[in-house]
Design a protein. Structure first.
Length: 471
C-alpha cells in the first residue's frame, strides 16, 4: 500500500481559482489549501471556502484551510515611474507622501520604529540601504549601498528593527475577524518575533469564538534566536519555515540550518511543521522541476516535516496540477527508500500517559509489521502525538469532530475519518476500510488501535490493542 506520509499544502490563486481546479488538485494529492490574505477579497474567499468543502465532501477527503495573514509586510507605495538608484545616493521614505525626486512613498510609518544605523532592504534585498536619519514624524533618510531599481509596491525588510509586538496591522485584525466567522482551520501569523505574538493572537481568537489553530511563520532575525525560537514553537500549534523573507532578513546561508532546527523542535514538542517558499519555483513556468527542487522536497521528507507547501507554483503558475504530481512523486519515492532522520527526546516537554502510549503504539506497530495504526481522537492531540514519532505506516485518525479531521489533514501520516464516538469506533472504521480495499490485501489485516476508556472524552487515551480483521 503506497501512502503519502508527508502532506502537501497548496496556495490558491488565479491559476487555481475554480471548483474544478480545486477538485483536481485534491485528487492529485493536495491535503490543504492556503488562502493568502495579502491578496484577494472577502468575496473571493466566500466562493473559495465552499468550493473546497464541497470537493472535500465529494471526494470523502478532509482537507485543511489555512488563512495566511499579511502581517506588517511593508511596501513602497505607487511610484510615478521606475527609479534607478546608485551606491552612495540618499533617498527618503515618507509615509503617505507622493513620489517626487528622491522621495518615495511607503505604506507604513517607519519613523515610529526604525533607529539610525539599522539596515533596510528593498525589493527582496536587491536594493540595500542603511537608515541615516529620522526626519520629522513620518520620514526616514536612507543611504543606498548598491546600484539598483525601485518599483511600485516592492517589499521592504528590516532585519534589525524591533516592532515591539506590534505585528498585527489593522488589516490583519479585520482579516482575523473575517476568518473567525468563516470555515478556517489554521491561522498563519506572519513576521513573528516572540512567543507573545502567538499568545496575543490566541487571546484574540478565543475572544472571537474561533477554534482555529495558530501557525507561527518564522521569517525574522529576532525569531531565530535559540531561546526565542523554542518559546515560539512551544506557544504555537505549528511552525512554518517561511524561507523567502527569512533569507532576506537573516541571510540565505542561515535558512537550511534554521529549517533543520525548526523541524527538530516541532517533533520534540509535538507541533505541526511546514516548509514553504520556492520548493518547486521553476514549475511556475516549466512542466518539470529542477533536480535541486526535487532534492529540496526530498530533504524535507527525510527531515520528517509534516507538510511541504506550494506558493506561486499553484497560485499563479502555468502547471499547478503537474507541480502537485511531481511533488507527490518525490515524496513517495523518498519515503519508500530513505528513513526519516531520528532525533532524541521526541515530545521532550510533556511526559504524559498519552505520549507514552503513542510511543509504545508506534513501536508495537512497527515490530509486528501491521498495516496501520488506528487512533481514536477527539481533539486530535493523540493523533498528533503518534505522528511526532514519525511512524512508517498509515495513521488512521478516527474522530467525531469534522474540525479535528480537517486539521489533521496536514499532520504527518494521518488519514482522518469522521465517525461517531463509541467503544469500537476505530475498529469499525478499520473494518469498513478493509472491505473497501483500502489496505490492498485480500486476506486478513492486522492493525494497532489506540483508544481511551471513555470514548469522545479528551485526554483519556490509555489503551493499545492489536486486532486482526478477517477477510
Amino acid at each position: 500500500m503506497i501512502f503519502k506520509r508527508t502532506k502537501i499544502l497548496a496556495t490558491l490563486g488565479p491559476a487555481t481559482n475554480s471548483p474544478e481546479k480545486i477538485t483536481q488538485l485534491m485528487k492529485e494529492g493536495v491535503n490543504g489549501f492556503r488562502l493568502n490574505f495579502s491578496h484577494g477579497s472577502y468575496e473571493e474567499r466566500d466562493e473559495q471556502i465552499p468550493w473546497i468543502r464541497a470537493a472535500s465532501k465529494d471526494l470523502d477527503k478532509p482537507v485543511a484551510i489555512l488563512q495566511d495573514l499579511q502581517g506588517p509586510k511593508i511596501r513602497l507605495g505607487n511610484l510615478t515611474e521606475n527609479s534607478k538608484v546608485q551606491k552612495g545616493d540618499e533617498i527618503i521614505l515618507d509615509y503617505g507622501a507622493e513620489h517626487h525626486d528622491n522621495v518615495f512613498p511607503v505604506q507604513y510609518n517607519l519613523a515610529e520604529k526604525v533607529k539610525v544605523g539599522e539596515p533596510l532592504y528593498i525589493f527582496d534585498g536587491k536594493v540595500r540601504t542603511t537608515v541615516v536619519a529620522i526626519e520629522g514624524d513620518t520620514a526616514i533618510r536612507l543611504k543606498v549601498e548598491n546600484d539598483g531599481v525601485l518599483m511600485s509596491r516592492k517589499g521592504i525588510n528590516l532585519p534589525d528593527t524591533d516592532f515591539g509586538g506590534d505585528i498585527l496591522t489593522p488589516k490583519d485584525i479585520q482579516d482575523i475577524e473575517y476568518g473567525a466567522k468563516a470555515d478556517i482551520d489554521y491561522v498563519a501569523l506572519s513576521f513573528v518575533q516572540s512567543a507573545d505574538d502567538i499568545n496575543n493572537l490566541r487571546q484574540m481568537l478565543v475572544g472571537l469564538g474561533s477554534v482555529a489553530q495558530i501557525i507561527a511563520k518564522i521569517e525574522t532575525k529576532a525569531a531565530i534566536e535559540p531561546d526565542t525560537l523554542r518559546a515560539i514553537v512551544k506557544a504555537s500549534d505549528g511552525v512554518m519555515v517561511a524561507r523567502g523573507d527569512l533569507a532576506v532578513e537573516a541571510g540565505a546561508e542561515v535558512v537550511p540550518v534554521v529549517q533543520r532546527k525548526i523541524g527538530e523542535l516541532c517533533r520534540r514538542y509535538g507541533k505541526l511543521s511546514i516548509v514553504a517558499t520556492q520548493m518547486m519555483a521553476s514549475m511556475v513556468d516549466a512542466p518539470e522541476p529542477t533536480r535541486a527542487e526535487v532534492s529540496d522536497v526530498a530533504t524535507a521528507v527525510v527531515l520528517g516535516f509534516d507538510t511541504v507547501m506550494l506558493s506561486d507554483e499553484t497560485a499563479n503558475g502555468s502547471y499547478p496540477v503537474e507541480t502537485v504530481k511531481a511533488m507527490k512523486k518525490t515524496i513517495i519515492y523518498t519515503q519508500e527508500h530513505m528513513p526519516v532522520v531520528t532525533i532524541d527526546n521526541v515530545l521532550i516537554d510533556s511526559i504524559s500517559r498519552r505520549n507514552a502510549i503513542s510511543a509504545a503504539a508506534v513501536k508495537v506497530a512497527e515490530q509486528l509489521q501491521v498495516r496501520a495504526i488506528v487512533c481514536e481522537t477527539k481533539s486530535g492531540a493523540t493523533a498528533a502525538s503518534i505522528a511526532a514519532f514519525r511512524p512508517n505506516l498509515p495513521l488512521i485518525s478516527v474522530t467525531s469532530e469534522p474540525r479535528t479531521a480537517q486539521q489533521l489533514a496536514l499532520s504527518y501520516a494521518s488519514k482522518s475519518f469522521v465517525h461517531p464516538d463509541g467503544e469500537t469506533a476505530g475498529l469499525e472504521v478499520a473494518k469498513q476500510l478493509h472491505s473497501e480495499g483500502y489496505f490492498h490485501v485480500d486476506g486478513d489485516v492486522t492493525v494497532v488501535i489506540v483508544s481511551g476508556k471513555q470514548p469522545g472524552v479528551t485526554g483519556e487515551t490509555d489503551t493499545i490493542r492489536v486486532r486482526t480483521i478477517r477477510a
